[in-house]
Design a protein around this ligand. Structure first.
Ligand code: BGC
Ligand code: CA
Length: 313
């Protein structure tokens, strides 16, 4: 079996822990792994890559800490002619084309935001009472992921764009990065609630981990009991969020298929390690940016099983 060097940008990212599990499962009969926690430190990740190269890895599968650091990793791999698969954090086009033996596994980035926007539109139309001040405008707060992360940037922009394109006006009361993190998100929403109170009509989150923080904050303010409702949406459809959707605490999420992204990363890395075509013997497709893009799916109470099946694999 080929030796594949893997880094995860940090093990304690909720969503990435599911991608990691899928990587380990799929590797069982395909590759021997060296698996590193980069602990959210790009310098550390650079060292890990050097260490793995010195151990003779046949390919690399890298979840960057900083999407802008792709060129540093590419240079190291290129010097030793080692094929490289990035996953989850997409490098720039320029970086991707700078090395022929480099591929990406992720998603169609803006799609999540468009789907999230559609979930917002549909639910808002179904619940006229959510427009608490009755002005027809959604007064929302936005918890953004890591700035500069293509997923965070796209989700922030396209979610609102989609709502507005559907003829619903919006007003941004607050936006701040919660760095994909539950605890940070809770603190931020605590502060926003202290400032705006019931003027907040929707909490839009770039991922579920932050949505969980928002729920924790608002629960402490007496929300989600009786008729005190606050619509919250996220992205990922991780198991903890699925529970919230089932209980009606969260309106919906967007399935970010951790399992298939982890599987695809290993399939590609194992193939290229053996000098094969990246998608040889698989069902994946590469687009014209050398990327496998696993589709997103809207998740609400009605189709919750789809998310359960994905994360249950
Ligand atoms: C996920 C986030 C995760 C991030 C890590 C995103 O695609 O939606 O939950 O924290 O990737 O890079
Ligand atoms: Ca309103």
């Amino acid at each position: 079996m080929p030796l594949v060097g893997v880094t995860i940008y940090k093990f304690d990212d909720n969503f990435m822990s599911f991608v990691r599990r899928a990587i380990e499962t799929n590797a069982e009969d395909k590759a021997k792994l060296i698996l590193n926690d980069s602990q959210n430190d790009q310098a550390k990740q650079n060292e890990q890559v050097e260490m793995m190269i010195s151990k003779g890895v046949d390919s690399l599968a890298i979840n960057l800490v900083d999407p802008q650091a792709a060129s540093t990793i590419i240079e190291k791999a290129k010097n030793e002619d080692i094929p490289l698969v990035f996953f989850n954090k997409e490098p720039s086009k320029e970086d991707m084309t700078s090395y022929d033996k480099c591929w990406f596994v992720g998603t169609d980035t803006p799609a999540a935001a468009i789907i999230q926007g559609e979930v917002i539109v549909k639910s808002w139309k179904e619940h006229p009472e959510w427009d608490k001040n009755g002005d027809g405008v959604i007064q929302y707060v936005m918890l953004k992921g890591e700035p500069g992360h293509p997923d965070a940037e796209a989700r922030t922009t396209y979610s609102i764009k989609t709502v507005e394109e559907n003829g619903i006006e919006t007003e941004e009361l607050e936006i701040q990065t919660g760095m994909w993190d539950t605890v940070k998100a809770k603190d931020i929403v605590d502060a926003w609630y202290a400032k705006h109170g019931d003027a907040i009509e929707f909490v839009i989150c770039n991922n579920d981990a932050m949505a969980l923080g928002a729920i924790a904050s608002l629960k402490a303010e007496g929300y989600f009991t009786g008729d005190k409702i606050m619509p919250i949406v996220g992205v990922d459809a991780i198991p903890d969020a699925i529970v919230q959707i089932e209980e009606g605490t969260m309106v919906g999420s967007v399935l970010n298929d951790a399992t298939n992204q982890g599987y695809a990363a290993v399939d590609l890395a194992a193939n290229v390690a053996l000098g094969k075509d990246p998608i040889d013997g698989t069902n994946w497709n590469l687009d014209d940016t050398k990327a496998v893009r696993v589709p997103y799916v809207a998740i609400t109470k009605e189709n919750i099983q789809v998310a359960k099946d994905c994360y249950g694999k």
